[in-house]
Write a protein that binds this ligand. Structure first.
Ligand code: PSV
Ligand code: MN
Length: 430
């Protein structure tokens, strides 16, 4: 039986109070959608099945290069992170899996960790390797890069770490490895731009060779940071080239924050899908760079347009269409639990809005070059307030209609502040 961290009586009590108003709002939206020939229950059922993974590292307060402002009661190890992720899923009902990062989340017994997560109602998503940071006692430094380093022993170490991550992932029930490397340069001339890519592909192919048949290896591109002149997998073009060279099981992962401002990310999604290489997403939002702000907090319209491409691609797909969805945010000033429930709701909301697009009308307008009608068709879906659909999906799955109210009432964080050891000051992710 699932161990729920928040009292189920508290959730039920709140839901009982909130249900009559929700029923009214849901019925009103149902009537509005029915006039357009849409069935609200079918949209709600798809939302109920929707899931986005949460990053274990997102459960703690993030930090900037300047500072970190710890939160009393934030988690200090993977066990506490899992507990917080269980709260996120219990109340929000959209985040059934956790994506761990190694060595940050290393434990002695991964079988036990898998059971611990299952008891909390959680599974594991993609495993993430870390070759962008040196660890105490590590033989080789990553100061020269990792998979693309000029130092053969460093490349070997980075490959071995990724293979270790695969082994851990197998024990956790994961089916994919996400590889993001910080490799790049800070000075023109520092490394040869051509041969460094060759070194990356050669080393990545050794990881790929160790990948189980039913796994995916996701390559995450990022324009800059920590390298500020060139990055090895800087953009979707480099990612696609590498994925194509590696083989069928290699796919591209799109982290929304890893592009230049104003880049048309939805078009990148369409292109990668066309190439059969759309592996997954790291959702977040940004205003200036890789800000790692909460999903949809700055540009919800872009998030909707990404989901519009995803629904379009799913409809046109011959076989199963299941890119992996994950949140990748840094919560600097909010309670990470609140941010991640809010973000998962925003993401599911953009999915719901994309499902509401009248596809026949859109395709007809596109065919007729009726620009305004095509635009207004998308806008009609985007402007629809889908909150009643999200709340109903949540309630029917056992979550909280007013998740923020229930979470605050539960005093969960205050209780954890008493139980958990304090996190130190300093920059960076826990
Ligand atoms: C890099 O900025 C990134 O987006 C990658 O996904 C990392 O694994 C994650 O953030 C945490 O540093
Ligand atoms: Mn990311």
């Amino acid at each position: 039986m699932t161990q729920f961290p928040i009292s189920t009586d508290l959730v039920a009590e709140h839901n009982n109070g909130d249900r009559p108003a929700l029923d009214e709002d849901y019925a009103a939206l149902s009537a509005r959608l029915a006039r357009k020939g849409m069935n609200i229950d079918s949209i709600k059922d798809q939302v109920k099945d929707f899931g986005v993974a949460v990053p274990s590292w997102g459960a703690g307060r993030g930090g900037t290069r300047f500072a970190k402002f710890p939160l009393a009661g934030e988690p200090t190890n993977i066990h506490e992170k899992l507990e917080d992720c269980a709260v996120i899923h219990q109340l929000g009902q959209a985040t059934p899996r956790v994506s761990p990062h190694f060595p940050w989340d290393c434990v002695d017994d991964y079988g036990a960790l898998r059971e611990e997560a299952a008891d909390l109602g959680l599974g594991f998503d993609a495993v993430n390797s870390n070759t962008f940071q040196d660890q105490v006692g590590q033989a080789q430094t990553y100061a020269t890069g990792s998979l693309a380093s000029t130092v053969p022993a460093t490349r070997e170490q980075a490959v071995a770490h990724n293979i270790d991550c695969i082994e851990i992932g197998r024990k956790l029930g994961s089916e994919s490895l996400t590889v993001w490397v910080g490799d790049g340069t800070n000075f023109p001339g520092q490394q040869d731009l051509g041969s460094s890519f060759d070194r990356y592909v050669e080393a990545a192919s050794q990881i790929y060779a160790a990948l189980p048949d039913d796994w995916t290896m996701m390559l995450e591109h990022k324009m800059f940071e920590p390298a500020f002149y060139s990055s090895i997998i800087s953009d979707w073009g480099s990612s696609l080239m590498a994925a194509q060279e590696l083989g069928e099981k290699a796919k591209c992962l799109v982290d929304l924050g890893h592009h230049a401002p104003n880049v048309n990310i939805e078009q990148i999604v369409a292109r990668l899908n066309r190439a059969g290489k759309l592996g997954g997403f790291h959702f977040n939002d940004s205003k200036y760079g890789d800000d790692d702000l909460d999903s949809g907090s700055i540009n919800p319209h872009q998030l909707f347009l990404v989901f519009n491409e995803l629904v379009e691609a799913a409809n046109k797909s011959d076989g199963p269409f299941n890119p992996s969805y994950m949140i990748d945010q840094s919560h600097n000033v909010t309670d990470p639990i609140e941010s991640m429930i809010s973000s998962s709701e925003t993401i599911a909301g953009c999915y719901a809005k994309a499902l509401l697009v009248d596809r026949d009308a859109l395709h007809a307008a596109q065919h007729d070059n009726d620009v305004m009608l095509a635009f207004r068709t998308l806008r009609a879906a985007y402007s629809t307030d889908v909150a009643p659909i999200l709340a109903m999906a949540r309630a029917e799955n056992g979550g909280a209609i007013d998740w923020l109210g229930v979470y605050r009432k539960s005093q969960y964080r205050e209780r954890k502040a008493q139980e958990r050891k304090a996190v130190g000051l300093g920059a960076g992710i826990v």
